[in-house]
Design a protein. Structure first.
Length: 223
């Protein structure tokens, strides 16, 4: 298993002070910045686009920016995010007519590629494309909003995807997103996740370093 990565979702940050918020969470021990892009079409919410990603890079953020596109159709916006400084770009198979082509597009733009599985999306969407992926993101809430409760069936899905990744022999990251907290992250790690997105649990806490440290301890204890 690869070293654990903690990726705070800026969906729960104070957008009026986004640069400071990202600096603070990275100084507090976060590894990546998770960047949720919603289009009010694929999901019923509207957030941020490539201009904000570029602004974070210009602000001086050098950590990996992990872009989660909840956008349909997805292909047109991929080059814009690559130019804006995205490190990884993940998308939903339901939002792409040609999943293999979208993966190649992301990689051709110089980014790592991830595929996102909604709570009701079967694991077999990984057939024939797992060998091209750098990351699989298992959603443990329905996409669109922060602050939702963790859906327990995500643990079984993590175990299944972990087996498939291990059988592939490739260093594909297994990311979890939605309702991740210090009190469930140990069980999530034990089920096979190595990359942990958390929004409200981190930005809703007054001491980012404390909550991230508690998450890391729980990952080691549970995983
Ligand atoms: O992708 C998302 C929602 O679509 C968010 O990243 C996710 O829900 C994180 O928020 P929280 O940790 O508060 O559940």
């Amino acid at each position: 298993m690869q070293p654990a990565v903690i990726a705070p979702s800026i969906l729960s940050a104070d957008f009026a002070r986004l640069g400071e918020e990202v600096d603070a969470v990275l100084a507090a021990g976060a590894d990546w910045v998770h960047f949720d892009v919603m289009d009010n079409h694929y999901v019923p919410n509207l957030t941020i686009g490539p201009l904000v990603c570029e602004a974070l890079r210009k602000h001086g953020v050098t950590a990996p920016i992990d872009v989660h596109l909840m956008i349909e159709p997805v292909d047109r916006i991929v080059p814009d995010f690559a130019r804006a400084g995205a490190s990884l770009i993940s998308f939903h198979p339901e939002a792409s007519r040609h999943v293999h082509r979208t993966i190649q597009l992301i990689k051709g733009e110089g980014c790592r590629a991830g595929l996102v599985l909604n709570p009701a999306t079967p694991v077999d969407v990984l057939d024939y494309v797992l060998e091209d992926l750098d990351l699989v993101l298992v959603m443990s809430v329905n996409p669109g909003f922060g602050g939702q409760a963790f859906i327990p069936s995500a643990l079984d899905k993590l175990r299944t995807v972990r087996e498939r990744i291990d059988a592939s022999g490739r260093a594909v990251r297994l990311e979890i997103d939605g309702g991740v907290k210090p009190d469930n992250i140990g069980a999530i790690a034990a089920a096979g996740a190595d990359t942990f997105v958390a929004g409200s649990a981190i930005f809703g806490h007054s001491d980012y370093a404390d909550v991230i440290a508690r998450m890391r301890r729980a990952i080691v204890a549970g995983g």
